[in-house]
Design a binder for this molecule. Structure first.
Ligand SMILES: C[S@@+](CC[C@H](N)C(=O)[O-])C[C@H]1O[C@@H](n2cnc3c(N)ncnc32)[C@H](O)[C@@H]1O
Length: 205
């Protein structure tokens, strides 16, 4: 049985997200990806950055099965660890001591608008506990700026998210920055991405 899931957006955004990662990833060490979804990003990034250890995770069992299936499909099972079950709100995150000591970056793509705001707070709090000084937390997704949508398509997307779940929605960049600051991060970069998305880089201070 093929457990692979196909999230169409990953085909479109993986190269440009990979280009941002190439500027901010270390040469070696472990990267923890939260909300890895289908796993298509994870295997691409493991292939593109072979000297790092890409650790995927997701709370949804079918997503973890898909990630494992993609790891097999790419022939990465001896190189890349199996996904772990992390719900950002369930703490502590179940990381091994080795992963904690080798951890250099936390990456979270397209999660904070598809989960309650409490997840954004939990993401920064636990990442802040895990990352050492100068290490980075990297987010990707759509954001509002000064409370305003940056495009008509983001505004429509926000409405459709809220119809699905009233606790979801596109977050305001300034609110995200405040949560980051409260947890010891400073903003390193805001990078405009295709299709009205942003990459946000936060440095642990
Ligand atoms: C839109 S998908 C994005 C998946 C992938 N990062 C991508 O860009 O294709 C959102 C993901 O967030 C995960 N997610 C939702 N709530 C979460 C939580 N509380 N903790 C961690 N992941 C969560 C879902 O299981 C899902 O895989």
């Amino acid at each position: 049985m093929d457990n692979r899931l196909f999230f169409t957006a990953t085909q479109k955004n993986r190269d440009c997200i990979g280009d941002v990662l190439s500027r901010f990833l270390p040469k070696r060490g472990s990267i923890l990806e939260l909300a890895s979804g289908s796993g298509e990003h994870g295997v691409e990034f493991q292939k593109r950055f072979p000297s790092i250890n890409w650790q995927t995770s997701d709370p949804e069992p079918s997503h973890r099965k898909s990630i494992s299936a993609w790891i097999d499909k790419y022939g990465l099972s001896t190189k890349m660890p199996q996904p772990i079950n992390i719900d950002v709100e369930v703490k502590p995150w179940p990381l091994t001591p080795t992963l904690i000591s080798e951890l250099k970056r936390v990456v979270c793509i397209n999660m904070i608008h598809i989960s309650p705001w409490t997840c954004t707070k939990a993401l920064f709090k636990e990442s802040g506990n895990l990352l050492k000084k100068e290490q980075l937390l990297m987010l990707y997704g759509p954001f509002k700026r000064n409370g305003l949508h940056t495009s008509e398509s983001n505004s429509l997307f926000d409405e459709s998210l809220k119809r699905q779940n009233s606790t979801w929605g596109i977050r305001n960049l300034e609110d995200v920055n405040q949560v980051a600051m409260k947890n010891g991060f400073t903003q390193e970069a805001v990078i405009q991405m295709p299709a009205n998305n942003l990459s946000l880089i936060f440095r642990m201070s």
